[in-house]
Design a protein around this ligand. Structure first.
Ligand code: SAH
Ligand code: SF4
Length: 360
């Protein structure tokens, strides 16, 4: 089978394509001009184009479905070469702004949320992705292509940098090799030029892998899906907590190298009457003592068959206020795209149901 060109770093490519400046040109065609064939790379000699065509394929993803939300976010369902599907979301975080004379102050700022695996092994009880079990890791190229295809589909110019969050389907640190390679290729200045400081890896807390990632010293940002402040509840929500408890996660975070201007993000998924009380907020403040952190509160998004419920706004606000009053930075995640089956795994589930209905 042909190899996918997106699986290769520029350094690897320059070992294969001589002279090595050709690798740089190929990279620019793919990541700046968004081409999907070697034929279009017209500054490359014809025989090189032909030999590359024989060895490599291009995008490993096809768009199956796009859902638009009223807040401007767009959710993508992509199919892979073996028929599996994964989701990614384009999130406009800050609209473009003009000054009084109509000059553009800044373009719309985008964040793209991407998947790292088909399914997930971790098995969190609140998560839809967990229900399908684990199918396979995404390749580096499949990780990169999500951003590339979304930039292309939305005509986002190559020099407009986007932020990346590895918060789609799958556990990125369970696919650390392909994910860390993607982090570096994303950062290549002849490619998408997305600095690791604009990339956030979200993990359910595989402490040993957090340490491993820290040792790689990529400069990537870290988000911990904490969701509970005591081990008993966390084990119920996230069985992985039996292997890596809260203390081990906190210790791994304390050792993680992080840019002096940045913070480790702690995600806290709020579920009604499960973890949305002030006593939990109090414990959270204690846990985060001594860590340069920020907390992001997330409303649980109910899905078909889920036993948990969305928390009340007043409880989320009170939880946030408690943290702020005790010196912890805390934001509430705006439920981007709540009307488009927000959380990971939900677009996929919906499409499956629609397809079943179509065939009924
Ligand atoms: N596996 C990694 C990254 C992907 S999960 C991790 O768990 O961190 C991305 C985020 O989606 C996690 O923070 C998870 O808690 C959240 N999530 C999962 N199910 C959700 C739901 N039903 N409503 C809202 N957020 C959900
Ligand atoms: Fe996997 Fe993250 Fe879902 Fe847990 S929340 S099952 S780690 S994708």
């Amino acid at each position: 089978m042909k190899e996918n060109i997106l699986d290769l770093s520029k350094e690897e490519l320059s070992q294969i394509i001589k002279p090595s400046f050709r690798a740089k040109q190929v990279f620019q065609w793919i990541y700046h001009k968004y081409v999907h064939s070697f034929e279009e790379m017209n500054n490359l000699p014809k025989d090189l184009r032909t030999s590359l065509e024989e060895k490599y394929t291009f995008t490993p993803l096809q768009i199956v479905k796009i859902e638009n939300s009223s807040d401007g976010s767009r959710k993508y369902l992509f199919s892979l070469h073996d028929g599996y599907t994964v989701e990614s979301v384009l999130l406009p975080m800050k609209k473009e702004e003009f000054d009084e004379e109509g000059n553009l102050l800044h373009h719309t700022k985008y964040t793209i949320c991407i998947s790292s695996q088909v399914g997930c092994k971790i098995g969190c009880s609140f998560c839809l992705t967990a229900k399908e079990g684990f199918k396979r890791n995404l390749s580096t190229g499949e990780i990169l292509a999500q951003v590339l295809e979304i930039k292309k589909d939305n005509n986002i110019a190559q020099n407009r940098r986007v932020n990346i969050v590895y918060m789609g389907m799958g556990e990125p640190l369970d696919n650390i090799q392909n994910v860390s390679k993607a982090v570096s290729i994303f950062a290549d200045l002849d490619g998408l030029a997305i600095s690791p400081r604009r990339q956030t890896i979200s993990t359910s807390g595989l402490s040993s892998q957090i340490k491993k990632l820290g040792l790689m010293d990529l400069g990537v940002l870290l988000a911990i899906s904490l969701h509970a402040v005591d081990d008993k509840l966390r084990e119920e929500l996230m069985p992985i907590n039996k292997a890596y408890n809260i203390e081990s996660i906190i210790n791994a975070v304390k050792e993680f190298p992080i840019d002096a201007r940045k913070r480790v993000m702690f995600e806290y998924l709020m579920m009604k009457n499960v973890n949305d009380d002030i006593a939990s907020a109090k414990k959270l403040v204690k846990l985060l003592d001594g860590i340069k952190s920020k907390v992001n509160l997330i409303y649980f998004n109910p899905h078909f068959g889920s036993t948990y419920q969305r928390p009340e706004e007043k409880d989320v606000k009170a939880f946030q206020q408690y943290l702020i009053d005790h010196g912890v930075l805390c934001t509430i995640r705006q439920s981007k795209g709540l009307d488009i089956s927000a959380a990971c795994g939900q677009l996929k589930e919906k499409t499956k149901k629609e397809l079943e209905n179509d065939h009924a």
